[in-house]
Write a protein that binds this ligand. Structure first.
Ligand SMILES: C[S@@+](CC[C@H](N)C(=O)[O-])C[C@H]1O[C@@H](n2cnc3c(N)ncnc32)[C@H](O)[C@@H]1O
Length: 349
């Protein structure tokens, strides 16, 4: 899973903003919270491992030899699985980690949590369709923090809202993944998919859907029991391989304006992002928000509630328990929905 609020660089405690616990007990808390609040109900394996690590001083000491931002549970556990750790009881996982630590450490230091979840297109789609209808033009999509670019293909997937009929468009691949999404509230569910005439992404480290190591890393980032997400990833990677998106390497704040300028004039530009801004320090997030506004483009943000709060934006009125574990979808800065982190739900406000 990815950054929601304050619980790890990929699921919360931002590398740029979290206080460095600097102690074994801080890391223990991080793993305990991850096990109890992130993994529970999603992955029994990760719940067991994370809770056991939180009570394992020897392993915590090993993890604390890593730079702070690299101690995040999701990264450490994915690195071990990338190297072959199976869905095993903790004792076996622990032996694996100790015996392969130099290699695991190397993966942790060279990789980061770049989970790419095409399912998030299901929560972007209604807003994208509204923008296309309002502008009367095809869309030019620019995703910042695009990873391998799998969220850049909302026109190629198929959708099923509330178990209803399958929604597909002329560009949907016949065997495209079907993205299920449970909806509540007056969401403007579309009857057709918008036309995307141009797409591009920016990422600090774009992943390549044709590179075996990158693909293996994307698979390792999916939690052990989530086979349906692995299947979806495989199908989405096929789509990206057939029509590789333009992915620009660099920092989103540094590259945004120049890539927006590449978009064709006859299309409506939409800048979108999900599970990205938590990785930026607050001044960088504010700089990004200001730049998007100055560029005058359509802006869809799907991030944790605390990632882009603005006084009077309505999120302060949303009950904290209601938000917990979900992202806030904003259209031009205004909250419009709460969303499941993998696009599995859309609760229109
Ligand atoms: C958790 S992934 C999310 C990927 C994709 N948005 C999705 O929803 O599936 C976050 C991505 O943001 C990228 N990222 C983080 N900070 C960035 C920055 N300052 N500039 C550009 N990309 C960044 C990371 O490299 C990573 O690929």
């Amino acid at each position: 899973m990815d950054s929601v609020n304050g619980a790890g660089p990929d699921r919360g405690r931002s590398a740029g903003t979290g206080a460095d616990p600097g102690t074994v007990s801080g890391t223990a808390d991080w793993y305990r919270n991850f096990g109890l609040h992130e993994a529970r109900g999603q992955s029994g394996c990760y719940e067991e491992w994370a809770l056991a690590i939180s009570q394992d001083p020897q392993l915590l000491a090993l993890i604390d030899t890593l730079p702070y931002a690299k101690r995040q549970p999701n990264l450490v556990l994915a690195a071990a699985r990338f190297l072959g750790a199976g869905n095993t009881p903790y004792a076996e996982f622990r032996r694996f980690l100790f015996s392969r630590w130099p290699q695991v450490r190397q993966v942790i230091l060279t990789r980061s949590t770049q989970t790419n979840e095409p399912g998030r297109c299901a929560v972007f789609l209604p807003s994208l369709a509204c923008i296309a209808a309002a502008e009367g033009k095809p869309l030019a999509l620019l995703e910042v923090g695009a990873s391998a670019g799998l969220v850049l293909f909302p026109d190629r997937y198929r959708y099923q809202y509330n178990g209803g009929p399958i929604l597909a468009g002329p560009a949907s691949a016949p065997d495209a993944p079907i993205l299920p999404c449970a909806v509540t509230g007056p969401a403007p569910l579309p009857s057709e998919l918008p036309t995307i005439s141009w797409r591009a992404g920016i990422d600090l480290n774009p992943l390549d859907s044709t590179n075996d190591d990158d693909v293996a890393w994307l698979h390792a980032l999916i939690w052990p029991e989530q086979e349906f997400r692995r299947q979806r990833l495989r199908a989405a990677l096929e789509i990206a391989r057939e029509d590789p998106p333009r992915l620009v390497a660099g920092d989103l704040n540094q590259r945004l304006a120049e890539v927006v300028a590449e978009a064709p004039a006859e299309a409506a530009v939409v800048v979108l992002h999900s599970a990205v801004l938590a990785y930026l320090a607050p001044p960088e997030r504010r700089k990004f928000a200001q730049t998007v506004r100055e560029l005058g483009v359509n802006w869809l943000s799907n991030e944790g509630a605390q990632v882009l709060p603005q006084p009077g934006d309505g999120t302060e009125g949303i009950d904290a328990d209601h938000v917990r574990g979900r992202f806030v979808l904003r259209h031009n800065g205004r909250p419009v929905a709460l969303t499941g982190p993998h696009g599995q739900s859309l609760d229109w406000l």
